[in-house]
Design a protein around this ligand. Structure first.
Ligand SMILES: Cc1ncc(COP(=O)(O)O)c(C=O)c1O
Length: 342
């Protein structure tokens, strides 16, 4: 796998840590060891997976002479926060199309990432209904910028294209190196699977490097397993093609679980909230109810069902998202505003 031929901005300067989680492992008591890869600690305003993707996507934008970025995401989009953050650092304008996937969920005075869009100062912020044609909306925003003499570059929602997915092919290489040096044999990586670039990039990278590790995606958006598998398969194949690798991913390696989604995108299930609480109380690491809380709930649920072989070392990919936790205080009535309770 040759990643060197693709321009990148160098946002990821050192590997993110892999840590053993002894207290979570004990609390889970399912005959496996749980480790975490701390992509929540990546550079970029408050970290998270999009920094790895934007490392490549923004490089492509700059190589085409762009002076503005246009992208889209949900009301609490970490991707929008990080695209805006890196745009600021690059001296680019940033325009956000915000999708109201849950009706009436956009609040201009909202907290979490929503507050950060305003604090960081997006040059444009357009709110559209969840069923809007996002491609048409982003094209229209780009066209309006062109008319003003700007050179906009569109980054798809979640940076979910083969260029963005290269960031997670690079992460697969990083994990492979860490396995070698840490002499850990992870059998599985568990991650949130939304727009798909994280899971697809990992799959492309591990397969290109012949690393025998299963990537388990936990659906955070699509309710049907097969719909998400199709998205991941297509994006993985296109990423392999971009890498000049002349084969398709084997269908059996595309693994997604929809049963930890709860009521829907951004809506927490009791198991999601249990996962958020458990990781906070055992390891003082924060996950959120939209993405990483669901991915962790998936790991815990699968472990309790006996999905992982006894003794397996399972790596939880922490893709970030904690800023959104602060817009979910009412989901934690036992802690929010009531002081500490053991
Ligand atoms: C914190 C966090 N984790 C995971 C994901 C899902 O990653 P992907 O969109 O690459 O599937 C997202 C997507 O926005 C996210 O913000």
């Amino acid at each position: 796998m040759n990643l060197h031929k693709f321009p990148r901005r160098g946002y990821v300067k050192t590997p993110t840590p892999i840590e053993y989680l002894p207290r979570l492992t004990r609390a889970l008591d399912a005959g496996i060891e749980v480790y975490v890869k701390r992509d929540d600690l990546l550079p970029g305003t408050l970290g998270g997976n999009k920094t790895r993707k934007l490392d490549f996507s923004v490089a492509k934008a700059l190589s085409q002479g762009a002076d503005a970025l246009v992208t889209s995401g949900a009301v609490q989009s970490n991707h929008c926060r990080l695209t805006l953050a890196w745009a600021i650092r690059e001296g680019l304008e940033c325009h956000l199309i915000i999708e109201e996937r849950v009706p009436d969920s956009y609040d201009p005075h909202g907290s979490g990432n929503n507050f950060l869009f305003n604090l960081l100062g997006a040059a444009g912020l357009t709110v559209v209904p969840g069923n809007a044609d996002i491609q048409a909306e982003t094209q229209a925003a780009a066209e309006a910028l062109r008319k003003k003499g700007k050179k906009p570059f569109i980054i798809p929602g979640g940076a979910a294209d083969p260029v963005g997915a290269l960031g997670y092919a690079a992460c697969a290489q990083e994990i492979g190196d860490q396995m070698l040096w840490g002499q850990n044999d992870f059998s599985h990586v568990v991650c949130a699977s939304g727009s798909g670039g994280t899971q697809a990039g990992l799959l492309a990278g591990f397969s290109a490097l012949s690393t025998p590790i299963e990537v388990i995606g936990i659906n955070v958006r699509r309710a049907k397993r097969e719909d998400q598998r199709e998205v991941i398969k297509s994006l993985t194949d296109r990423t392999l093609a971009l890498l000049d690798l002349n084969y398709l991913i084997d269908d059996s390696r595309v693994i997604c679980y929809e049963n930890f989604l709860g009521p829907g995108y951004s809506l927490a299930a009791p198991a999601t909230l249990e996962a958020v609480r458990l990781l906070a109380r055992t390891e003082a690491i924060l996950v959120d109810p939209v993405y990483t809380g669901k991915a962790l709930a998936g790991l815990l649920g699968l472990a309790r069902e006996g999905f992982f072989p006894r003794g397996a070392k399972v790596l939880f990919l922490h893709t970030g998202g904690a800023p959104a936790l602060f817009s979910y205080l009412s989901s934690f009535p036992e802690v929010a505003g009531s002081g500490f309770k053991a």
